[in-house]
Design a protein around this ligand. Structure first.
Ligand code: SF4
Ligand code: SF4
Length: 409
């Protein structure tokens, strides 16, 4: 019997929690058992006999905090991730347009690919043919931009096209929220949209300086109103872009949404790509206690999951409005390595990424967050040779604690 490599102990606000990041098990320790946390947190040790009473031992074993001596957790996790990579699930992102109705102060909108294209019939026909050829077991679609809601009909046609292949397909939307009015929400829900990611950069005064319309007007009031009414019908992830020198009280900002179970607020470094490559973002990232846990909000069970970024999986595609296919969201502004929208195009695009494996990176392979993190952003690792951790330790502990609160709410 030995301790798992993936045990955590988090003590906050008088609550002592143990959590296993592989199985997702989470227990609250009472005073009598509080000492278990320190023992379990040491990876791979054989706790001396008699330390756990019989019923605790059984519970800890069945929850994966304690494992058999000959059980190789790492290879088991690697096998799981490898099979998830070849699963029949399709992760589809459709860039409706690169155009945007905002002019955010930190955004490079317009300095990447300059084009006015909007996803249209030809692209959707190719996409449908590709999906039919691939025949995925299920499809999860993300509508992306630019601002996808500039072209609502293109959004609906895209979702309709996906549904011809997977009638139960669910979708989400990445939007600035300005056009997400009541009618739009209702229609999106009819097409299977279950969540939206919206950016609100803190309180009104901060947000309105950073996220403006083209004529420089503030957008906070409209975005907040739309966010609250959208959350009556779908999950809303509020992303707050942060920099270490930003002056506002994030905790108070977040508190205003605390009672709404459909709204989840998280911080991320200010970036113009979604994984923190901008100078402003990456420099400041680790100095901020951050908590970038977007997708997990849908699942209260925090166990080993998808192998990090979906680009390493067999069926992952980003469809560009000009009718090309890439894999990574960072390639939307730089699609130099693009492929035709077809089954063979998709499989060719897989070649470069399939070699990436967090188990061959020492820091990741030894990391207690690996089952959830999946090794960070492959694109950044391949460009820099350094793992781009999705979480800081403190951020991850906050994440565990918040998850505990959500489970016991
Ligand atoms: S490789 Fe990185 S930037 Fe590209 S989609 Fe994955 S996480 Fe995002
Ligand atoms: S990227 Fe960082 S947090 Fe993620 S598994 Fe690797 S070392 Fe851990």
């Amino acid at each position: 019997m030995k301790t798992s490599l993936y045990n955590w102990q988090v003590s906050r606000q008088g609550t002592n929690i143990i959590y296993n990041c592989f199985t997702g098990a989470m227990y609250q320790l009472d005073e009598e058992h509080a000492h278990f946390g320190d023992i379990l947190e040491q990876p791979g040790i054989n706790p001396s006999s008699g330390i756990f009473d019989e019923s605790s031992l059984k519970a800890l074993e069945s929850a994966g905090f304690l494992i058999a001596d000959d059980f190789d957790e790492k290879s088991h996790l690697e096998d799981l991730m490898e099979s998830a990579r070849s699963a029949g699930f399709m992760k589809l992102t459709v860039v409706i347009t690169r155009k945007c109705n905002f002019r955010c102060s930190y955004c490079i909108q317009g300095s990447g690919v300059q084009d006015d294209s909007v996803i249209g019939e030809n692209q959707l026909r190719n996409m449908r043919n590709m999906l039919f050829d691939l025949a995925p077991a299920s499809i999860h679609t993300t509508l992306y931009g630019g601002e996808p809601l500039l072209y609502p009909e293109a959004c609906f046609k895209t979702l309709e096209t996906v549904k011809t292949v997977d009638p139960k397909a669910m979708a989400m939307l990445v939007t600035n929220g300005y056009l997400l009015n009541r009618d739009m929400v209702r229609r999106l829900c009819d097409y299977g949209v279950v969540a939206a990611q919206i950016t609100i950069d803190g309180p009104e005064a901060v947000h309105d300086k950073r996220r403006t319309t083209r004529d420089g007007s503030g957008t906070y009031k409209t975005v907040l109103e739309n966010t609250l009414q959208a959350a009556e019908h779908m999950h809303v992830l509020i992303r707050v872009n942060v920099e270490s020198d930003m002056e506002f009280d994030y905790t108070s900002f977040r508190k205003q949404f605390e009672s709404n179970e459909r709204i989840f607020v998280y911080r991320a470094p200010t970036t113009y790509n979604h994984q923190g490559d901008s100078e402003r973002g990456s420099e400041n990232f680790h100095s901020i206690e951050t908590n970038t846990c977007g997708e997990e909000v849908f699942s209260k069970k925090l166990n080993a999951r998808f192998p990090g970024c979906a680009i390493t999986t067999r069926m992952c595609a980003v469809i560009l409005p000009e009718g090309k296919l890439v894999r990574c969201w960072n390639q939307v502004q730089d699609p130099s390595d693009s492929y035709p929208i077809s089954k063979s195009g998709l499989f060719s695009s897989h070649e470069a990424w399939r070699q990436w494996n967090p188990f061959s990176i020492t820091k990741c392979s030894e990391c207690k967050m690996l089952p959830i993190c999946g090794g960070g952003c492959p694109d950044r690792y391949l460009k820099t040779g350094v793992p781009s951790c999705r979480y800081t330790k403190e951020g991850f502990e906050t994440f565990i604690f918040e998850n505990f609160k959500a489970r016991t709410r």
